[in-house]
Design a protein around this ligand. Structure first.
Ligand SMILES: *Cc1c(COP(=O)(O)O)cnc(C)c1O
Length: 404
């Protein structure tokens, strides 16, 4: 993304041209960015040689999944739909892990049938259910057990998952009991200890703490885990403040951890792979004067990008064409939906905008389209992928007539 003669371009395509050719709102992704993110991730963890399972819930577009598969990643899925899509996109079942607190018997049966690498169970009841299914289908099923390490990830409370008050994983006591139980199971083979402490984590320290907790518990169980699945959660710089997680320090700790425990390492990154690869292009429908601020009413709304309404998340908004005039008023960027939370951002100093101008909401590649809905009966936007200087439609705009 770059300004060229004041015109914003994404991989050399003018935002203006994209809007003209495909109408707005548009989700537009850069293949280059995804590739770079994957390469950077691989590089920083090179010595660990981990299995990297892309978190499909962050972006489940089939086309992107196919590209991500080609770049060597597996998948972390949390539903039968995601599992089916991962398989359909060519991802090898032995590179797929299945997480989530509420897998139904139907979902477990499907996962067993497909012989995926691991079903990461999150409760005693789930273990018993998987065992029942394994017995009935006469399978020996590989499972992981998700530990709740009671570690504060230092992120938004809405996306913390590793504290004891969160629904995810099992406590240390239950974990140890379940390991004992699984040692004697005829139908389940315990292969993995998994954790995932939260999302948009910008500090390596919670991860280091988490590793310590894991290590302590492994010692207590006296059990050899072939895999340790460390989850995802690595944060990205949404606000362009150069705040970055120090992945090198994390990698160093994992290296030492791996040496001591001799397990294979799995990661489940989502956001850090696709987050900054996506742009949401939107047109200003109206500008409405308010008392101290002007409402910039966009044709994109919370149904297209839910993160601000759901988590109070901040996304940078930038103009598609730069000019030098500055607005004297505060701008509040909102969507047309009949909800007061349908707003993206309030900006103090923005260039002066006018109706029909285009803006771009940045870093929407993760939890953007995958969280979108048809609320207010709005059709879902088109998705474009720019790869090797070519534009590909990777998902059509939903047809309003069909929707209705
Ligand atoms: C959501 C999720 C992830 C991915 O988290 P990111 O913050 O996108 O990296 C990984 N593992 C599990 C179990 C998850 O639920």
């Amino acid at each position: 993304m770059k300004y060229k003669l004041k015109e914003l371009t994404i991989e050399n395509f003018k935002v203006k041209t994209l809007a003209k050719n495909y109408d707005t709102p548009i989700y537009c992704y850069s293949f280059e960015k995804i590739k770079n993110n994957i390469n950077k991730f691989k590089k920083v963890f090179l010595k660990i040689n981990p299995l990297i399972c892309f978190s499909v819930k962050s972006n489940s577009n089939s086309n992107l999944l196919r590209e991500i598969n080609k770049l060597g990643l597996g998948a972390d899925v949390v539903s039968m739909g995601e599992l089916m899509k991962a398989l359909k996109s060519g991802i090898n079942p032995n590179k797929i892990v299945f997480s989530g607190v509420g897998k139904t018997s139907e979902e477990i049966i499907f996962a067993v049938k497909k012989k995926i690498l691991l079903i990461n169970a999150e409760s005693k009841s789930e273990i018993l259910e998987i065992e029942k299914i394994a017995k009935k289908t006469n399978n020996k099923v590989n499972v992981g057990l998700r530990l709740n390490p009671n570690t504060d990830a230092g992120t938004l409370s809405q996306i913390s998952t590793g504290k004891k008050e969160n629904k995810f994983g099992v406590s240390e006591e239950i974990f140890i009991d379940l390991v004992e139980y699984l040692k004697n199971s005829k139908y389940l083979k315990l292969k993995c200890l998994s954790v995932h402490i939260g999302s948009q984590i910008l500090n390596h320290k919670p991860y280091i703490k988490m590793l310590k907790v894991i290590e302590k518990i492994i010692k207590k169980t006296q059990f050899y885990f072939e895999y340790i699945d460390l989850g995802g959660g690595m944060g990205i710089d949404y606000e362009n403040k150069k705040r970055k997680i120090n992945l090198k320090k994390y990698a160093l700790s994992v290296e030492k951890f791996k040496k001591r425990n001799n397990s294979k390492i799995i990661f489940e990154p989502g956001r850090s792979i696709v987050g900054d690869s996506g742009y949401l292009i939107s047109k200003i429908i109206y500008i409405k004067e308010g008392y101290k601020k002007d409402f910039i009413i966009l044709d994109a709304a919370m149904n297209d990008l839910m993160r601000p309404a759901l988590y109070n998340a901040k996304h940078r908004i930038i103009p598609a064409k730069k000019n030098k005039t500055q607005s004297l008023k505060i701008y509040e960027f909102v969507g047309p939906i009949c909800e007061s939370t349908d707003k993206f951002s309030t900006v103090n100093k923005f260039q002066k905008l006018k109706e029909k101008d285009l803006i771009v909401i940045c870093d929407v590649g993760a939890y953007g389209m995958s969280l979108s809905s048809n609320y207010n009966l709005r059709p879902k936007p088109i998705e474009l992928l720019i790869k090797n200087s070519k534009i590909k439609i990777i998902s059509k705009r939903q047809d309003l007539k069909e929707l209705v």
